[in-house]
Design a protein. Structure first.
Length: 254
């Protein structure tokens, strides 16, 4: 029973962890249907605090916690499959944002149709973070690029079906060197998903002739918004400074 697990571990939880645990007890069955963010808002704590708390209670993660609570109350899996997917995505978004915030440098790459998303990410991110750099797509792994990276750096890579060989090779090499990676890709079976530290699964549909890539933009913006929302980012001040500088040289048409 979840209640007995919470009571067993309660005294060992942090102050905020106790708040989360008390909220879970009060919510009862409702917690099955709540995303990490919804529970964090109920408890008035961060999403990371919720994830840490369920792990401190002995669960592998938030999805494992929900599954146990669901089984306890005999609630059908199909009722919350979408919520579980959303919860996992939010966890990965927050993990990715933490990695970016703490990184020494952030390198972004994408080949062919994905290159535009990589370029857009760097442009938007550099309004707040100077540490973002674009890795130009090439036909082979750029050994020089990898040689200057360390385990303090992060690579963000974009790819969806049909997957770019050079992007997959780059992520394989980064994995071998112990460099953290964030993959923005379309399925759990993507070759990037199997190697990346954080996977932001973003389903892409195919029309009669073209893949509809717009969901990648939504994921990028959600990731950057989460980074910008961290207090140390001082995003509002930096974005205003950026806009003022561009305006001062008439960079925007009027």
């Amino acid at each position: 029973m979840i209640q007995s697990v919470i009571h067993t571990h309660f005294d060992k939880l942090t102050v905020k962890g106790k708040i989360v645990a008390s909220e879970i007890l009060e919510l009862g069955d409702q917690a099955c249907f709540m995303t990490v963010r919804q529970l964090s808002e109920h408890a008035n704590v961060s999403t990371l605090t919720v994830v840490r708390t369920v792990r401190d209670l002995g669960f592998d993660g938030y999805s494992d916690f929900q599954k146990t609570l669901r089984q306890q109350n005999r609630i059908q899996d199909s009722a919350i499959d979408q919520n579980s997917d959303d919860a996992l995505f939010e966890i990965e978004i927050n993990r990715g944002a933490d990695m970016i915030t703490n990184a020494r440098q952030v390198y972004v790459t994408g080949a062919r149709s994905a290159h535009g998303f990589a370029s857009y990410t760097v442009y938007m991110a550099r309004m707040v973070f100077e540490k973002f750099q674009l890795i130009a797509p090439s036909g082979s792994i750029n050994a020089e690029d990898l040689a200057i990276m360390s385990d303090e750096d992060v690579i963000i890579a974009f790819s969806s079906r049909p997957y770019s060989s050079e992007t997959v090779q780059l992520i394989k090499a980064a994995h071998q060197l112990g460099i953290s990676t964030i993959a923005i890709t379309d399925t759990d079976n993507s070759p990037l998903a199997k190697l990346a530290t954080v996977v932001l699964k973003t389903p892409i549909k195919r029309g009669p002739f073209l893949y509809r890539m717009a969901p990648f933009l939504t994921t990028v913006e959600q990731l950057l918004e989460t980074c910008f929302n961290q207090p140390d980012a001082r995003a509002k001040d930096r974005i205003k400074f950026f806009a003022d500088r561009v305006n001062s040289i008439r960079g925007y048409w009027r």
